[in-house]
Design a protein around this ligand. Structure first.
Ligand code: ADP
Ligand code: MG
Length: 703
């Protein structure tokens, strides 16, 4: 192959000066295989390197300096911690030392001595003289060739690549080379109207400006364009998939709002619906009557009233001759759903049953038979519901509550439970940041319950240290005297389970000592108890017989005791934000003022402080979710199991939120006029999408 034939798809191995070893390192370290991958490796920052310092005018240790001069000598110095490399550098007037503590062997062989070099790094004062540790060193001729008149791109690299001469500068040289050959061959991928609407620069310009900007503004324009392109392609993928699982998939058509829905609505609903609940129900009803398959995400903070929305949707299914399934992540929650639904339904002739792993023998057989015969209207359960032995007569709606634990694959199993896919409503109490909802759940439509039922007083949250424990306990005593109940929650994480369990038991004992029976009853629930003991203790608390419930996070999902007004969280600094928010949501369910007390002990790290501050500042789950994503990154917010966070090379879900929102909007607009991207002006876009999908296998998995 001659060098003139560098194409976007050319493997980097064939580039001049690369070869098999460097190419292997590029693949394994940065996932760079092709020339296009190389171009997509954008600088992560830019430095203004237009100025040279003199050793004499170095001001301090805080900013990096660039110097021009000559390395006059290099020596290896053996010391306590191994070999160190010391070079002497002069700018013609003064002299300073350059030092390397690692990689001495390689550097000693490659350091250009007695040649004009540009060095760059952070100076520090040592014995009254300046020196620089691990400076970048580049031949003046290379520097001149690369810098143009502009900003200096800095690329992420690794130690291994560095050993192969592919540190940031080496990468810069390689990329510069490819850039010149490739830019003429690059075609525009984005449609004209999109370019115009977003005011984006063309693709070739974008790559040129990203890697060799003359000014900061060019770098910004370039990065914006390339990030947008990636997000736009991702959204096209997700929206196309969404269409396949909705419009292209026939759904049961619920045309009728019938007697069950109406009777319940008019005669049994114990409260007027909030405006948000009404709006969401309208959205669901509209979806269920399109003839397509509904695939909807319902996000609503704890206490926003999702259950009744699920119930009314299930009644719509019944009115149209279908059954509904409600899946919850834990047995306790499933059980509570059954109780809650039966209570809401009152005397109405709607049969609700529970199916979990612990329903066995004859009871299980009866349920399965009645289910298959169509005698059960609403089946509530855990993931036991998706087992193949569970056969519905006509499943029309599947509601997945607290969905974080259910993945796309599990949702798909539900679709297969019926000849015509049942409508799917995914409910989550952990608000998902908008950008994540648009990507990890990009194939779902989204409804939001953004209004709490009336009469709720915002929960007051405070942070207290152990030093204030006496006052905290006094406060609990006062609340209990007023007839309220209290949760006291301890952290429990697998890695430190034994210690955590001991903390919990110690805590329990000291609470019992402080609040002795018979006046005060303290219940306890934790993972090492038998299920029946757990249920008995929970029940004591739910019935108001116990005043305090000491627990690990088992109660994290779904306990409803409206009389509980205080949530005390021990070692709160060890909980994640979304967990804290979930736990806090256990109180504030009744009419009385509720409190959340975050206890901590000892110094707090930066992130822990930010979490506790956020909790004290706001009750808004969406705001909390955004902070959570900032602190932990999108992957951890969704949980690692089935993370569903798209593989992105240049865009970032936290930083590029506004771009993502525009990308989704414009992707939808594009597909509205040209669903298969078959129009001639979408030809290059379609190709770009195909190429992207080949490289990003996880985009297909998410969607
Ligand atoms: P979520 O599941 O969203 O956390 P729930 O459905 O458990 O919330 O509802 C929380 C509480 O609010 C329940 O006691 C429920 O009966 C009550 N509730 C729901 N909707 C309303 C409403 N519109 N007005 C008054 N109370 C409501
Ligand atoms: Mg709920």
């Amino acid at each position: 192959m001659t060098m003139a034939e560098v194409l976007p798809s050319t493997h980097v191995e064939f580039l001049k000066g690369v070869g098999p070893k460097r190419s292997d390192a590029l693949v394994s370290e940065l996932g760079i295989r092709t020339c296009m991958d190389l171009l997509m490796h954008l600088p992560f920052r830019y430095e203004d390197r237009s100025q040279f310092h003199r050793i004499d005018d170095i001001q301090g240790e805080h900013t990096a300096v660039q110097l021009l001069g000559v390395i006059t000598s290099v020596k290896e110095v053996r010391g306590g911690k191994g070999t160190r490399l010391v070079a002497t550098f002069t700018d013609g007037e003064d002299v300073m030392e350059l030092q390397w503590f690692r990689g001495a062997q390689w550097i000693v062989r490659n350091l250009p001595v007695q040649k004009q070099v540009v060095i760059y790094g952070r100076p520090h004062a040592f014995k009254g003289k300046w020196s620089i540790a691990h400076p970048e060193v580049e031949l003046l001729s290379h520097y001149e060739a690369r810098k143009g008149d502009g900003l200096y791109p800095v690329y992420s690299s690794t130690e291994k690549l560095g050993r192969h001469g592919l540190n940031s500068q080496g990468l810069a040289r390689l990329i510069r080379n490819v850039l010149n050959k490739l830019i003429p061959a690059l075609t525009e991928t984005l449609p004209d109207n999109v370019l115009q609407e977003m005011q984006l620069v063309g693709r070739g310009t974008a790559f040129r400006w990203a890697h060799q900007p003359a000014r900061a503004e060019e770098a910004e324009q370039a990065q914006k364009r390339l990030r947008f392109e990636e997000l736009f392609l991702l959204q096209l993928t997700l929206l196309k998939h969404k269409k396949t699982v909705t419009q292209d998939l026939p759904g049961v058509r619920f045309t009728e709002v019938g007697v069950h829905f109406n009777t319940f609505y008019h005669d049994h609903l114990p409260f007027p619906l909030t405006e948000a609940q009404k709006r969401v129900l309208r959205e669901i009803r509209a979806d269920m009557n399109t003839g397509w398959h509904m695939n909807r995400l319902l996000q609503g903070d704890v206490g926003s009233g999702k259950t009744v929305v699920a119930l009314l949707s299930a009644l719509l299914a019944k009115d149209n001759g279908h059954q509904a399934a409600i899946m919850a992540p834990t047995e306790i929650l499933a059980q509570q759903h059954v109780e809650g639904l039966r209570e809401l339904l009152g005397p109405m002739p709607v049969r609700v049953e529970l199916l979990t792993g612990s329903v066995k023998g004859a009871a299980r057989r009866t349920i399965l038979e009645d289910l298959a015969a169509g005698a059960i209207d609403i089946l509530v359960g855990t993931h036991a519901l998706i087992e193949p032995t569970v056969i519905f007569h006509r499943l029309g709606l599947a509601v997945i509550d607290e969905q974080h634990r259910f993945g796309v694959a599990q949702r798909a199993k539900l679709w297969r439970k019926s000849k015509v896919s049942p409508h799917i409503l995914v409910m989550t109490a952990t608000p998902i940041p908008r950008t994540l909802a648009m990507t990890a759940y990009g194939d779902l439509d989204s409804s939001i319950l953004d209004e709490l039922p009336p009469g709720r007083k915002p929960i007051q949250t405070v942070h207290r240290t152990d030093a204030a424990r006496l006052e905290v306990f006094q406060f609990l005593e006062n609340q209990i005297a007023e007839g309220r109940q209290v949760y006291l929650v301890y952290p429990l994480i697998e890695e430190s389970a034994t210690l955590d369990h001991k903390d919990l038991m110690d805590g329990y004992e000291s609470v019992v000592r402080r609040f002795p029976p018979p006046q005060t009853q303290v219940a306890i629930v934790h993972g090492r108890m038998k299920p029946e003991d757990k249920a008995w203790e929970m029940d004591r608390f739910a019935k108001g017989q116990a005043h305090i419930l000491v627990a690990t996070t088992v109660i994290e999902v779904g306990v409803n005791v409206p009389n509980a007004s205080v949530m005390v969280i021990e070692s709160a600094e060890r909980f994640g934000l979304s967990q804290l928010h979930q736990l806090r949501g256990r109180v504030g369910r009744g009419a009385s003022q509720s409190y959340c007390i975050l206890m901590s002990n000892g110094e707090l790290g930066h992130d822990a402080r930010r979490r506790l501050e956020t909790m004290c500042r706001t009750n808004d789950g969406f705001e909390i979710a955004e902070v959570d994503m900032e602190l932990r990154g999108p992957g951890d917010v969704l949980g690692t199991q089935q993370s569903g966070v798209p593989d992105l090379k240049v865009a970032d879900l936290v930083r590029d939120r506004p771009l993502l929102i525009s990308a989704r909007y414009l992707a939808q607009k594009t597909l509205d006029v040209d669903p298969d991207l078959g129009r001639p002006n979408h030809g290059t876009l379609r190709e770009a999408l195909e190429t992207a999908l080949k490289a990003r296998s996880n985009w297909v998995r998410i969607s």
